[in-house]
Ligand binder design. Sequence first.
Ligand code: GLY
Ligand code: MN
Ligand code: MN
Length: 476
Amino acid sequence: MSRYITASEYAARRERLFAALPAGSLAIICSNPEVLRNGSDNTFSYRASSDILYLTGFTEANCMLVFDKTGLSGSASSNEHSAGKGQNRFIMFVQPHSPAEEIWHGKRAGVSGAESDFGADRAYKIGSAKMVLSRLAKKAKAIYFKSGVNAKLDAIVTNALADKATGQRDPLAIVAEQRLVKSAAELAIMRRSGQVGSVAHRAAMSHCLAGRSEFALKGVLEFVFATNGGVASYDTIVAAGVNGLCLHYPAGLSTLNNGDMVLIDAGSEIAGYASDISRTFPVSGRFTVAQKELYEVVLASQLAAIAAIKPGVTWGQLEKICEDVLVNGLNSLGFPMGKGGLSMSDVMPHGLGHWLGLDVHDVGKYRQRSQVEAAKSGRSAGKKRGKDVDRPFLEGMVLTIEPGVYLSLTDKRIPEPYRGICIRIEDNIEVTANGAYVQTDAPKSVQEIEEFMDYARNVRAECGDDALGIHIKLED
Ligand code: GLY
Ligand code: MN
Ligand code: MN
């Protein structure tokens, strides 16, 4: 259950999955494993798999979801109640109540909670999974199950499926396509996650001072995530100077130095939904001439790509727009872009962006068979035949746009004043009927950043560090 998504929305999501499954089939989805962080008892903080969050809102480990279209409803055991929804029966296997476990790790929903609060037509203890699944598998005409998520649960499932364990289809591929276009409730959460992430970036910008460490800014960002009911949606990146050459550099103990830029790529996760924001700014609060020139090229490429977003547009079109602006801008700064000089991947060794949602790099195909090819062959667009093309954006998709340049200190092809500068600018965009809606809004232009950092400097001078909004908290 989530306070943001209603029980009927979860039920509708499950019905869509049932509708996509053929009659007589059985689909099984396993939870992520818990992973030890150190020693034998302490795990990394558990985060349920996004597919389970999407279909139920259930956040506990050691669980399986089963979508049963085998038509066994009412006959699987004598005391089962009928689902009352034709042949579709949604089953959950969960950890049962256990005072000994719950005193350490917190309350569990248990079997009855899975039925009363998470929409299961029938729930069982996870320990019964092999027995129940074996029975269901015998009748199943097709099995949808993808191993590789959780070795322990995989073993239970493959054991139960016996001779049906091979040649299964992937239920998560169906769910991925459902997840790609967001509902109104999801968009509302994502806007909030974008807001929280943006406030965190403002706080980090205002707490940036030469002599502080990358960790200190990570602490500021994650303080804002936590005080707004969230966590970091991925390992927070705070990269001082050339540390930004490593695209996913995890914040460390390097010191922030005047004269350098700092690249922050950090996002919040609110009710499971990620924001993913990058800002790059000078530690001193003032851009050098070279930093400003380069920054404005990257920013222009980002703004051009965002401005072109609307339903029907494709990633390929945005990449072309972004690349044209970047290449022209860099050429005008004296970079030898093109044949015999620098290629795009020399300066920007990553893509322009990605889908965003419950996963930071969210699910859903980037390419699909063209409608024209599909019509020509008389087959549906989902079937493999002919060439895949970039899929056109639809209203309700959410994506990031994140161009960057990462310039080595030693590459002699790069004009000297720009060497060692790393910049990424990233925002979260919702595709609406009217074009892009930008969910994130931390200071971004050179002027906005310099004014914001000036303001922070003045507040610090007058009132001390505490007045700088580390206690910023958004109201519900
Ligand atoms: N923060 C990861 C990414 O931008 O894709
Ligand atoms: Mn990203
Ligand atoms: Mn990012």
